[in-house]
Design a protein around this ligand. Sequence first.
Ligand code: ADP
Ligand code: MG
Length: 304
Amino acid sequence: MALSVMDGMSTDTPLARALVDTNRRRDALATRSYPKPGRTRVLTVANQKGGVGKTTTTVNLAAALAQNGLRVLVIDLDPQGNASTALGVPHHADVPSIYDVLVDAKPLASVIQPCPDVTDLFCAPATIDLAGAEIELVSLVARELRLQRAITAYLESQGDEERPDYVLIDCPPSLGLLTVNAFVGADEVFIPIQCEYYALEGLSQLLKNIEMIRTHLNPRLHVSTILLTMYDARTRLSAQVADEVRTHFGAQTLRTTVPRSVRISEAPSHGQTVITYDPLSTGALSYLEAAGELADRGAPVARG
Ligand code: ADP
Ligand code: MG
C-alpha cells in the first residue's frame, strides 16, 4: 500500500517522507495493545489557561481508549459543555447533568449517558446550570468533596463488568470550586500544554495549587501525565517549548506530541471526536498513540 502511493515519486521529498511515516504509525497502531489498569484510574485534565486543548484531549483520549477495549467515563465539569458536545451527548438545560450531582447530591449513575458513536464510552454532561454551581457550592457542606463522594459511591456501586477503567474529568479554565472538586475527586492530574510562547507561564501557579490540594484535601493527587499539544514541527518555538517541558518533566511527558490539525478542530462541530470523524488523520493517530502510552503506564506491574 505504502509503495503504490509512492510509485513514480522520489522518497526524498517531505511529502513522501510524511506518507511513509504515517503508514508506519498506522501499522504500529493496528497491533498495539491497550492494557487494562489494575483499578479504575481517575484523571483530571487541567490547565487554568483556556484554549490549550483540555477538552480536545479529554474527549479524544477517551474515545481512543474506549475504541481499544477499555471502558471510559468522561465527566464534563465545564459549564460550556464542550466535552458533551464533542461526544454527541445532549446537554440542553433540561438534561440531568453533573450540576444535579454536585449541587443536589444526585447519584452520578443517574446522569450518565452513552456516547452514540463509540461503544463503552460514557459521559456525565454539563449544562449551562453549572455556571451557577461555582457560587452555589460555596454555602454547601463539604463543598470541595462533592464530586469525590459521587465518584467513589458510583465506582463502588458498579459490578466489575460495568465499572469504568478510566474516568476523565474535563475542567473549566479557572481554579475555582469546580476545579477544586475535580482535583479532590481524582488521583492523577493530566496537563495538556500548548506548544506556544507563554506556555509555561501559569504552570507554576497550577503546580502550587495542586500541591495545596495535596496537603489539605487529597494526599493521593499527583501530576502523572503531560501531553504537548498543537505542536508545529516547522517552528523552532514548538521544539523549544517541548525541550523545556521535557527538561523539567521528563518522566511525566508523553513521547507522543499532538500536531496542529484542522481535522481535530472540525470534529466537534459534527458532534464527534477525531477518532471517529477521521480515524486515519494524523490527529487521530496522535491521540491513539498518546492513549496507548497512557494505558501502558497504568498497566498492572507483572510479578515474576
Ligand atoms: P480548552 O478546553 O483547554 O479550552 P479546547 O480543547 O477547547 O481547549 O481547544 C481550544 C481550541 O483549539 C478549539 O477550537 C479546538 O478545536 C482547537 N484545538 C485543540 N487542539 C487542536 C489541535 N491539535 N489542532 C488544531 N486545533 C486544535
Ligand atoms: Mg474546555
